[in-house]
Design a protein around this ligand. Structure first.
Ligand SMILES: [Mn+2]
Length: 435
């Protein structure tokens, strides 16, 4: 649980990072129609949630940069008839008492109230180019204010991007956030274990997906953090394969990239294992090479390490290993320099992780890869994908796709692997699948 105090502190900290005379506007997510009159399951906007912990749609947070750092919330009004159908609402009284807002208005009054809040300010901060509805609302307020210039009204004349400032705050996780991420990770570990254990009884990729979702749900992850990837054989070589509808072939590998979302915080785990519970010699060679790279990548994580160093370490190990297996030929330095590994390993070492599975925050600062710092959370996820379409590769390696991914917190002295409890060594996986 994240306390109301922590949300208030975040709002104050954000306001203090803005220049005097600024105002910030952060909209909640909207409900989105799926088909007919049915909606997609509601997921709050991550920026809005980070600053409020408030889970209703149709809301707008306004922060004013002044001595008292005022927080103002526009939200749905209480309405017993509508609440009968769609559930309880916090309303404006609740926004003051439970969320600690300084003022609260009905969402329907934005057109009337927002110009008053913007009047006299110099800069408006919001997530530029993300939300056309919000931009329209802001423009309408500016039109209203420009109509009042002759009365002496000062109209804001700068539109600034809020995301770099907010992204930098979200990049560093608090202890309370790390607790939620540990929970998301622990539940996701259970789900992957369940998939490994149950695999021998299953016939289709979607049945593995069902095992994952069952475990996520029953332990309190009310949603997946992203659509699970369950790819058998050649499908394991498609990075974002989500059809998940093909048969599970005994003798093939299956790649599962899936994570649960706990209180809006994501886990992101990939494991690859043999459908029949026993790695073939070729599968084992590729798997152990990816694992060697991943272990070296994780071992390097500590404060001060530049973001791209993990990738450099893993590329070298993968290239050396591909040479040792005869899949690549030549001098390792030259092969690394000319990116000969790219047909087999075409993605980055990982990404930031948090409220978003690909979380916000810059990877380069002032043109340089940024050094890791305590409180950052990243994934480490090397892979090798030997599609039969890559020319010149011996047939025995075809359709072996392997990715191994864990979630890593940078600590003061090194790192903590949130997903360390999940089996990853060949022996461990084979033993778990035998049970
Ligand atoms: Mn990932």
């Amino acid at each position: 649980m994240i306390s109301q105090q922590e949300y208030q502190t975040r709002r104050n900290q954000l306001a203090k990072k803005l220049p005097e005379g600024s105002i910030a506007i952060i909209p909640a997510a909207r409900e989105v129609l799926r088909n007919g009159d049915a909606h997609y399951r509601f997921r709050q906007d991550s920026n809005f949630y980070y600053l409020t912990g408030f889970n209703e749609p149709d809301a707008l947070l306004v922060l004013i940069r002044d001595e008292s750092s005022q927080s103002i919330l526009f939200s749905r009004t209480r309405n017993p008839a509508e609440e009968q159908w769609t559930g309880k609402r916090l309303g404006q009284d609740g926004a003051l008492s439970e969320l600690g807002m300084h003022a609260a208005f009905p969402i329907g009054s934005v057109a009337e109230e927002l110009p008053k809040l913007l009047s006299g300010k110099s800069a408006i901060y919001y997530a530029l180019a993300r939300n056309p509805d919000l931009e329209k609302t802001i423009m309408q307020s500016l039109v209203t204010l420009k109509g009042q210039v002759r009365r002496g009204v000062k109209v804001p004349d700068q539109l600034c991007d809020l995301e770099p400032i907010l992204g930098e705050m979200r990049l560093f996780k608090s202890d309370a956030e790390l607790d939620l991420m540990r929970r998301a990770a622990t539940i996701s570990v259970k789900a992957h274990e369940q998939a490994m254990r149950r695999c021998k009884h299953l016939e289709h990729e979607y049945q593995l997906e069902a095992e994952l979702i069952y475990e996520f749900s029953r332990h309190g992850c009310r949603s997946v953090a992203y659509d699970p990837i369950v790819g058998c054989g050649e499908n394991a070589c498609i990075l974002h394969y989500t059809d998940n509808n093909k048969p599970l072939h005994r003798g093939s590998l299956v790649l599962i990239d899936a994570g649960g979302e706990y209180e809006n915080y994501a886990a992101d785990i990939t494991r690859t294992f043999p459908v029949n519970g026993k790695f073939s010699p070729e599968q084992k060679s590729i798997y152990e090479l990816v694992l060697k790279a991943q272990k070296a990548g994780i071992a390097a994580v500590k404060p001060g390490l530049p973001w791209n160093a993990v990738q450099q370490i893993m590329i070298r190990i993968l290239t050396e290993g591909l040479c040792a297996l005869g899949i690549l030929q030549g001098d390792v330095d030259e092969l690394v320099a000319k990116e000969a590994y790219k047909p087999f390993y075409m993605h980055n070492s990982g990404h930031w992780l948090g409220l978003d599975v690909h979380d916000c925050g810059l990877y380069k600062v002032h043109g340089e890869w940024r050094p890791l710092e305590p409180g950052m959370v990243l994934t480490v996820e090397p892979g090798l994908y030997i599609s039969s379409t890559i020319p010149g590769v011996d047939k025995r390696w075809w359709d072996i796709g392997v990715r191994i991914e864990d979630d890593v917190v940078v600590t003061k002295t090194g790192h903590e692997v949130l997903t360390a409890a999940l089996p990853v060594d060949v022996d461990e996986i084979e033993a778990l699948m035998r049970d």
